[in-house]
Design a protein around this ligand. Structure first.
Ligand code: SF4
Length: 218
């Protein structure tokens, strides 16, 4: 990777213009719905999750409802999201914890969120920021890892180190937006296998651009 002339501020400014409506693409109306949708979205597209939750949220309206059914029934209801056994177990265990420790409510701190099953820092940061406006981390997914490294905004390699690095470099108010913009640009232009550098707003400034003669392997 060659040295980047891009700053976080520049990337945020330019991508905000390209994707003015970038945000969470999961459908939800309550923090519990967002939490369940976020658990289901692991290794699954948000579009698929939204198809499944359209039915799911009509059937299961609170944590009690999720744990009132046999795990096999919940597995059938979320089957098409993949990893359905693990996800059903995570949802039921999490709902049990919500009832036992949090009065049936989704908690509002990172520390508390991380006591739930199937909830890592990425999911917790999405739920806290989107449902409550509580910004306690940057949701770093595969799009974020790929784009932040290609753009030269971080040299770190692991999810955890990239998050810490970007938290230091980015104003807190922009943490969630940065993540959403990376996802939007990763889906539309900077795809994993075939980045469309000729259509990219950073085509002439990104250190990984195919348009730059000095660019190394993406
Ligand atoms: S120039 Fe290419 S590699 Fe860089 S961000 Fe744009 S699409 Fe991705």
């Amino acid at each position: 990777m060659t040295k980047s002339s891009l700053s976080v501020d520049t990337v945020l400014r330019d991508l905000r213009q390209v994707y003015p409506h970038a945000g969470c693409t999961l459908d939800w109306t309550t923090p519990l719905e967002l939490l369940v949708a976020a658990i289901l979205s692991a290794q699954c597209t948000d579009a698929r999750v939204n198809v499944v939750t359209k039915f799911l949220f009509r059937k299961y309206k609170n944590p009690q409802a999720y744990i009132a059914v046999p795990q096999e029934e919940l597995e059938r209801d979320i089957h098409s999201c993949g990893s359905y056994r693990m996800k059903a177990k995570a949802i039921q265990t999490t709902c049990g914890i919500l009832l036992r420790d949090f009065g049936g409510q989704v908690p509002r701190t990172m520390e508390e969120m991380l006591t739930l099953r199937g909830v890592g820092r990425k999911t917790a940061a999405v739920v806290l920021g989107t449902a409550y406006g509580v910004i306690e981390g940057i949701p770093i997914d595969t799009h974020n890892i790929r784009l932040l490294r290609r753009l030269g905004l971080t040299r770190q390699k692991t999810q955890q180190k990239i998050e810490l690095d970007m938290m230091r470099k980015t104003p807190r108010a922009d943490w969630l937006t940065l993540s959403h913009l990376m996802v939007a640009h990763g889906r539309a232009i900077c795809k994993a296998r075939d980045p469309a550098c000729s259509k990219c707003v950073f085509g002439h400034t990104c250190p990984s651009s195919r348009l730059r003669k000095t660019s190394k392997k993406l």
